[in-house]
Ligand binder design. Sequence first.
Ligand code: ADP
Ligand code: MG
Length: 395
Amino acid sequence: MSKKTINDIDWNGKRALVRVDFNVPMERGTNVISDDVRIRAALPTIQHLTSNGASVVLCTHLGRPGGKVDPALELQTVAKRLSELLEAPVGYVHDCVGAIALEQVEALKPGEVMLLENVRFYPGEEANDVEFAKGLAALADVYVNDAFGTAHRAHASTDGVAHQLPAVAGLLLERELEMLGGVLENPERPLGAIFGGAKVSDKVKVLERLVSQADAIFIGGGMAATFLKAQGHNVGTSLLEEEMVGFCGQILEKAEANGVAVYLPDDVTVTKNLESGAESKKVPVDQVPDGWMIADIGPAAIDTFLSHLPDMGTIVWNGPMGVFEIYPFDKGTEAVAKGVAFSGAVTVIGGGSTAEAVDLLGLAEEMTHVSTGGGASLEFLEGKVLPGVAALDDA
Ligand code: ADP
Ligand code: MG
């Protein structure tokens, strides 16, 4: 990797400020963590640092407090969960800069861990304010970024602070860059890209990029409707982006010119309303009735997609194949998730909803890599330089 990592530092007796992404989902209206994947993902870095003699000061954001203190977004419960997972005490300080924070982190001994309060309680965080960044930097000797999910934001705790201290990547960030970077730079071929999710307009850049890099493209989800429209099909009341029809046509032309195979669904599952257990039927793509909308790819499409996945050397998947949150429109996503998992290819999952679906199906362990960064993984695959990565010291 072109950036320094925690493996390049002698940690003995040093204090590390580690930006993690503990922006965990909470059960509605409570302070109860509903999914601790993001906390678990940071454990290897924390354990590496503590076992090499560093004291560890963690900082993260949670939610969108908008630069003000919001008691609902304080981090006590996060510190508690981290402590359970580490099987070690985790200190918690009710601030993230200033005298009290400084006093508490200075009392840390090698091997000890402390979590600072939500950095977004200060407006200087999202404004990437230099003074605020200096306040964070005053707490440690070395800065570590392990918050891949926030690396696409140039904030004080992801960018500013990295210019005030020696700055290196944590193990999670390193793995994300290696896995996602591998898809773009040196994939085991053929490279298959599966696209789905809600809208074409969210994925313009990644479609443009992969249509010239992939060997095969599979399209499902809400965005399939706009592609099908570009092929002249009637898509009923489907989620259609009229203004993107021309773009989809161009993508199909580029794919053809580049010799990239494109698999659009041969059939779809349609419904009149998107509700659990709503009436639905499976129709060929040229027979979507007026008043019905595409909610999922159909069984023939599943068969086609699954028949080609085992031929791939690498598969990158962004976007569910249907409205997977609503039964029975989860079938396409479930089948494709299994097809990806057991394809034998190097498999990389990007996108928040896609990762959630894979997780719900219990297939995360079967994938080579499930990115912890929704927006960040998409921006990375678009080929953008992530500010939180750019700010780290070059190797
Ligand atoms: P990701 O977070 O993985 O990048 P997106 O955010 O692009 O994925 O899209 C996820 C959303 O797309 C899901 O909420 C899902 O319900 C929706 N979706 C998938 N297929 C359809 C469809 N046919 N019609 C409407 N919405 C869809
Ligand atoms: Mg999403």
